[in-house]
Ligand binder design. Structure first.
Ligand code: CUA
Length: 319
């Protein structure tokens, strides 16, 4: 059942469906769960009798034993078929949902170890790129196309739908339809190297008007540094290796191998939902990313102590 009572903890749970697909998967999960409970209890009771009954009564005839085995076998076959049918039925319902007309299309590219998120639009000037965070309008079907930039990853938002792999040379496809506004956590669900566990993202399900406002903001170029400190930080950023990997639209920074930072400050987290996007964490991440996320492709930045605050001011101005 879709829980419509507002966000609950834990934020990432396949048993707290916020959308139709997840609700159907959750129902299937509970069917399997209760059938397994019944089977487990039945086997435990049968085992108990088998162990102790023999001591108290005469042995059964071979005929009675055969009948018992036949009944147990038939029950097993019927149970397994029941589970098979419920599983196939759920699969069909999910496939039917996936054929729904989508109001927006998002392309997600999995990379070691973060998510590139491209919002598609018929009007090319309205396309934009962000990272490690999705916004989707509540009550609408959203199509997510899945690609990988390197190895196999798996896109999974337990509260909204099942898993979908991102495989080299293939286009994956999944639809999301969230009924309940809130923030949900997504997680890479296929081991993809050292930082697989820290390859997560946030999904913000918001009312349509709020989604439009957000998208409008994301389409804009980055803010021009206004204060003295922000300008200093901007210069430090541009003269460091940062622009080689990161893009900040509206500046010369146009690297494509790391997250787009144009509206970096509007995001909830840094390093693919590894840490909250707060000043202290950001400073630590810039100076020593290998300590926070060993193996990550972000190299440590050699910045002077006095350059750190302006750099943070600049990055925090990119909302
Ligand atoms: Cu990407 Cu695991």
């Amino acid at each position: 059942m879709i829980n419509t009572n507002g966000p609950r903890l834990p934020l990432q749970s396949a048993l707290d469906a916020a959308g139709l697909d997840a609700a159907q998967i959750e129902n299937l999960w509970w069917i399997f769960f209760w059938v397994s409970v019944v089977v487990y209890v039945a086997v435990a009771i049968a085992l108990f009798f088998a162990l102790f009954r023999g001591r108290w009564t005469e042995p059964h005839s071979e005929r009675a034993a055969l009948r018992g085995v036949t009944i147990a076998t038939a029950l097993t076959v019927v149970t397994l078929f029941g589970l098979l049918i419920s599983s196939v039925t759920t699969g069909r319902m999910l496939a039917a949902n996936a054929r729904d007309e989508a109001s927006i299309t998002i392309e997600v590219i999995g990379r070691q170890w973060w998510w590139q998120v491209d919002y598609d639009h018929q009007d090319k000037s309205k396309r934009f790129t962000t990272a490690n965070e999705l916004y989707i309008p509540a009550g609408e079907t959203v199509r997510v196309k899945l690609l990988t930039g390197d190895v196999i990853h798996s896109f999974w938002i337990p509260n909204l739908n099942g898993k979908q792999d991102l495989i080299s040379g293939r286009h994956g496809d999944i639809t999301l339809r969230a009924e309940r506004p809130g923030v949900y956590r997504g997680q890479c669900a296929e081991f993809c190297g050292l930082q697989h566990a820290k390859m997560a993202f946030w999904v913000n399900v918001v009312p349509r008007e709020q989604f439009d406002l957000w998208a409008e903001g994301q389409r804009k170029s980055s803010k021009i540094p206004s204060s003295v400190s922000e300008r200093k930080g901007y210069e430090t950023f541009m003269s460091s290796p940062c622009p080689v990997c990161h893009t900040v639209r509206g500046t010369l920074a146009s690297g494509e191998t790391a997250p787009d930072l144009t509206h970096f400050a509007s995001r909830r987290s840094i390093a693919a939902a590894t840490l909250p996007n707060r000043r202290g964490y950001l400073a630590a991440w810039i100076v020593d990313p290998q300590h926070l996320k060993p193996g990550s492709f972000m190299p440590p930045m050699i910045v002077e102590g006095r350059e750190v605050d302006p750099l943070l001011d600049y990055l925090e101005s990119l909302d």
